[in-house]
Design a protein around this ligand. Sequence first.
Ligand SMILES: Nc1ncnc2c1ncn2[C@@H]1O[C@H](COP(=O)(O)OP(=O)(O)O)[C@@H](O)[C@H]1O
Ligand SMILES: [Mg+2]
Length: 264
Amino acid sequence: MSSTGTPVAPLPDPAWSWIEHWPAEVQAGSFRQRGLALGTAQVHALGRANGVQPARFDALPDGDRTLRVVEAALDALFAEFPGGAFVRLGSRSAKDTPLGLASGGQACTGAQALRLLSSGSRRVAHDLAWALQQQLTPWIWLREWQDIPWADEWRCFVRGGRLVGVGQYHAAQVLPSAHAGRARAALPELWRRAAQLSRALARPDFVFDVWLRDAGQAPLLIELNPWGPSTEAGLFEGDAGSEASLRWRPAAGEVAVEPFSAPS
Ligand SMILES: Nc1ncnc2c1ncn2[C@@H]1O[C@H](COP(=O)(O)OP(=O)(O)O)[C@@H](O)[C@H]1O
Ligand SMILES: [Mg+2]
């Protein structure tokens, strides 16, 4: 319901998972961040500059000037992130490009951020074009840069509002053994978080990624993804998920599967 009591149409899948559509209580559990909503001309200019599927974006006579306005607005936001920021659209990042991979998505200026988002990304092209088609406003987000140890990033699967799977995010790598213990210790907290997110999102099925920080700090939400084939299932690939389990890779070619149940 809106504040006037009018029913609000649900956002189409996967737009509900875009950062700009997260309820405030969901945002509160994630990175410190600042966002910039893009106007239609800005979306066209960025889509053109990105160079992928250019026909889906209008060639504006003043496209460069349009992007300079975005750059200046981003520069103002970067003042709040002296250590740099992770740059992404609300939908996804440009981690599918050589620059996205080489930089890890980190930028310190508006120019660097725009370079990342226009570095020939199929993800950026797809999401901007889809937003235009759906008449959605895409946002650029700057998220406080944090050095996240790869072994502390975990993917959590929620089905029917309950946590049914937790797996190491970088599924191909052998996990140092202490990190599995850390995930096991976090299960009650992740169970609670899954239920809280499900309530806040009014959604039974989804996938969320977390950074398991040091003891005493709540797991930090990295992002939300739809439940289904568009979201990589990692160590849960091809699994019907009959029993809730924690999964990690203890050695090359092996997967450890440890069932868990609701905390008492
Ligand atoms: N604020 C941040 N600081 C440092 N690294 C980050 C930050 N946010 C995300 N990352 C890293 O970048 C990866 C991709 O970010 P994510 O927000 O999940 O975007 P995408 O939708 O493209 O996967 C994450 O898996 C994480 O390893
Ligand atoms: Mg991700």
